[in-house]
Structure formats: structure tokens, C-alpha cells
Design a protein around this ligand. Structure first.
Ligand SMILES: *Cc1c(COP(=O)(O)O)cnc(C)c1O
Length: 417
């Protein structure tokens, strides 16, 4: 049987998909189109490109949007966007200069004053600041919920504030950082549907950075938009900041329109770096996941470890049910509570020899950090306690190093703690 982009696996297509060598002197790799603007062949062609770009007419069946200006489109971005759609089986994608610009563009693009945003807690620190301190300044109402809240709790919270007819978006991050707590995506879709009307579709947006794009595919479970910090697994080498948003052609069209006016698209060099990264994405993530499993199992039996937070250790109950429903892998993020508190956690972090003491995640090198005083220092103490972000918690992002070397490093650092 013939195979094509629909039947081949994404990892087979990451070296070539969407790129035509004949358009670039036969170069096997997509060159960096370091250019701000593009020359039209004729004035008529320029007119025709602008008609499509400004929505003055529909794009023809096989017509591609002509290249105009690098804030609107650029070959490195377009080819990268096409490749990214394959992992999530999305219709379209928009890439950004950071994960935060993807997230803020979606929130600003779809929310208006008076609308209500329902969002999961905890979310990434930058996202939580933007939602709580900035969106609220523009008259957007917000309601938070956590992994421990039931569907009935959430419904009751929306109804008791009289927010039902104003709900516009459900925004979630799952698994939650740094505890790996899971939010049920099917429940989010059900909630969104129950408040949607003919005039107003309630959108479900999911920050899939922690699992994606390999180990969870939110669009399959009813999400409308998937967001990534491409700085993490997609970039994967701790050398580039970028973001992405995926979804239907219609929704991504709106996202791209907003991006054109905010001017926060990624540049051609970022696009090129991410295409290079995508070629090894599957190989890197597979290895990171295998290493994480061995590290998590090792920690489980260590006398200086009080508790391990790792998706591969879920045995039964509601969290395991959600895992089976929506996760396709156990990921490469492992958190653990060390016996003691901040003092012991710091001693561990300061004693590591191979793993680096740094925030961020998903990269080839293993990283370790202390959420309570670093990534989650801005979370109010009461919220921290509720989400399980204790002073004893250490977060690890596992890389591609030799497994035995990693475990040796953790062992010698725990010995000193
Ligand atoms: C890092 C991160 C972000 C922000 O992405 P940047 O690329 O740093 O702007 C958003 N969400 C999650 C879950 C992240 O880990």
C-alpha cells in the first residue's frame, strides 16, 4: 500500500515534509530565509497576495498564500508550522517567538471585556501572572479550579457567580507543573459544551508543553487549541525560546491575524533551529522517557526520598483513570519530596555533579530545581500548599545522558543531603 503524510509516522517526515528542494537550488535542507520582505513578480501578483492576506477574497483550492513580508509569512515559519501539525494531527499551526507569546496571543485574541475564563491551577508562572494580574485589568473575569475539584464543584462555582452565559474559554495545563497532577480533558470539553450556545462557542485551550507533542494529543480529546512552549521538548537543546499554537484552520486563522498585529511571530533563524530540532524529536523524547522511568524507580526505594511524583507510578484511582484516558506516555518529568525541607533540598541541588541546577525542562541535558523558591516562588503560600509545592519538593527534567551516570549523580547528591 502507498504511504503518505497521513499514514507515515511524523518522525519519518520531519526531515523533508513541506519543503521543495527545487525552489532552493536543490539544497537538501531548507535555507534560512533571512529576509524581511519578498519581491512580487508583478503588481497584479502583489494585489492578489494582499487580497488573500487581508481576507478580501477566499484562497483558491490549491492556492498558497504568496510570500509578502516576514511578519505575515516566511518559508522557515511556514514549513515549520506544517511539520508541527503532523504530531497533533492538527489542521494548522502558528509559531511564536516564545511560549508566553503563543499563550497571551490566544488569550487576548479570543477574550473580550466581560467574558469569563475558567482555568486550572497551578499553571505556568508567567501564564498565572498574565491571567490574574493583566487580563483582569481588561475586565476579564476569572475562575480557577484544581485537580482535586470535581465537575460538580466547578459547575457550582460558575453558577454561583452567575457566570454561565459569560464563559468563553476553558484553559488548562495538564499534567500540572511541578506535581504532575492531571486534569480530565474530556470533562473540560463537557463543561465547555454545556455553556456553548449557537452564538458563542466556549473554547478549550490546553498548554501541552509538559507532554508534547509525543505523549498527549489534546485535540483528540476535544480541545480546540493546543499550546506549546517550543523552548522545551520541541527545541530540546536549551538554546532557543519559541512557542506554537495548533488547531483548526478557522481558529488558527484568527490566531495568526492577532499575531500579525502583535508582531510576535518567530524569526527565520528560530524557525530553522526548530526544524533542525524536530528531526530528532522522537529519538530524544523516547530516550528521555526511558531514562526518567529508571530515575523514578530508583528514587522510589531511596530512604532519603519521602514521595515520588511520577506518572509511571500511578496505580489506581481517579488520576490513573485520567492517565489511561488521555496520556500516551509517562513523560520525562519526575518530582520528589526529599526527607526534610528546604535545607536538605538545597544540599541535594548543590551536590549534583552531572545534572545542572537550572529551571526549564525537556532538553537533552538533565536539569534540577527547587519549585517553591524558584519556578513557583510567585505562587501564594496557601495555593502552594494546596497544590503540593512543599519546601521539600525537587523537580527533575531528565535528559539523554547515560542512565547509570544519572543515577550515580542522584545517589551521591542524596548521600550528602
Ligand atoms: C516554559 C513554559 C511556558 C512559557 O514558555 P516560554 O517559551 O518560556 O515563553 C509556558 N507553559 C509551560 C508549561 C512552560 O513550561
Amino acid at each position: 500500500m502507498e504511504r503518505d503524510q497521513y499514514t507515515m509516522q511524523p518522525e519519518s517526515l520531519m526531515m523533508s515534509y513541506g519543503y521543495k528542494p527545487a525552489l532552493s537550488e536543490g539544497a537538501i535542507k531548507c535555507p534560512i530565509f533571512q529576509t524581511s520582505t519578498f519581491v512580487f513578480k508583478t503588481a497584479e501578483e502583489g494585489k492578489s497576495f494582499f487580497e488573500v492576506a487581508y481576507g478580501l477574497r477566499e484562497k483558491g483550492e490549491n492556492e498558497e498564500l504568496g510570500l509578502i513580508y516576514s511578519r505575515l509569512n516566511n518559508p522557515d515559519l511556514e514549513i515549520l508550522e506544517n511539520r508541527l501539525t503532523l504530531w497533533d494531527r492538527a489542521e494548522d499551526c502558528a509559531v511564536f517567538e516564545s511560549g508566553m507569546s503563543a499563550i497571551t496571543t490566544v488569550l487576548l485574541g479570543f477574550l473580550s471585556p466581560g467574558d469569563v475564563l475558567l482555568y486550572s491551577k497551578p499553571v505556568y508562572g508567567g501564564t498565572s501572572h498574565f491571567i490574574e494580574e493583566i487580563l483582569t485589568r481588561f475586565g476579564i473575569n476569572i475562575i480557577g479550579f484544581g485537580a482535586n475539584d470535581t465537575e460538580a464543584d466547578i459547575l457550582q462555582r460558575i453558577e454561583s457567580k452567575g457566570y454561565g452565559d459569560k464563559l468563553k474559554m476553558v484553559y488548562v495545563e495538564t499534567p500540572a507543573n511541578p506535581t504532575n497532577a492531571l486534569i480530565d480533558l474530556v470533562m473540560c470539553k463537557r463543561l465547555a459544551d454545556s455553556f456553548s450556545t449557537e452564538e458563542k462557542q466556549v473554547l478549550v485551550a490546553v498548554d501541552n508543553t509538559y507532554m508534547g507533542p509525543l505523549w498527549q494529543h489534546p485535540l483528540k480529546h476535544g480541545a480546540d487549541l493546543v499550546l506549546y512552549s517550543a523552548t522545551k521538548y520541541i527545541g530540546g537543546h536549551s538554546d532557543v525560546i519559541a512557542g506554537a499554537c495548533l488547531g483548526s484552520k478557522a481558529l488558527i486563522g484568527e490566531v495568526k491575524a492577532m499575531r500579525t498585529f502583535l508582531g510576535n511571530m518567530a524569526g527565520p533563524w528560530t524557525g530553522w533551529l526548530l526544524m533542525r530540532s524536530l528531526e530528532t524529536l522522537k529519538a530524544r523524547m523516547d530516550l528521555q522517557q526511558q531514562n526518567a522511568q529508571k530515575v523514578a524507580d530508583y528514587l522510589l526505594n531511596h530512604p532519603k526520598v519521602a514521595k515520588v511524583h511520577y506518572l509511571g507510578h500511578l496505580k489506581s484511582g481517579e488520576q490513573k483513570r485520567i492517565f489511561d484516558q488521555q496520556c500516551e506516555g509517562t513523560g520525562a518529568m519526575v518530582s520528589f519530596d526529599i526527607v526534610g525541607g528546604e535545607k536538605e533540598a538545597f544540599k541535594f541541588l548543590n551536590s549534583l555533579k552531572l545534572m545542572k541546577l537550572a529551571v526549564s525542562l525537556g532538553s537533552t541535558e538533565s536539569l534540577a530545581e527547587h519549585p517553591a523558591s524558584m519556578t513557583h516562588a510567585g505562587v501564594p503560600v496557601a495555593d502552594r500548599a494546596e497544590c503540593g509545592i512543599a519546601d521539600s519538593l525537587v523537580r527533575l527534567s531528565i535528559g539523554v545522558e547515560n542512565t547509570d551516570d544519572l543515577i550515580w549523580d542522584i545517589e551521591q547528591a542524596l548521600d550528602k543531603a
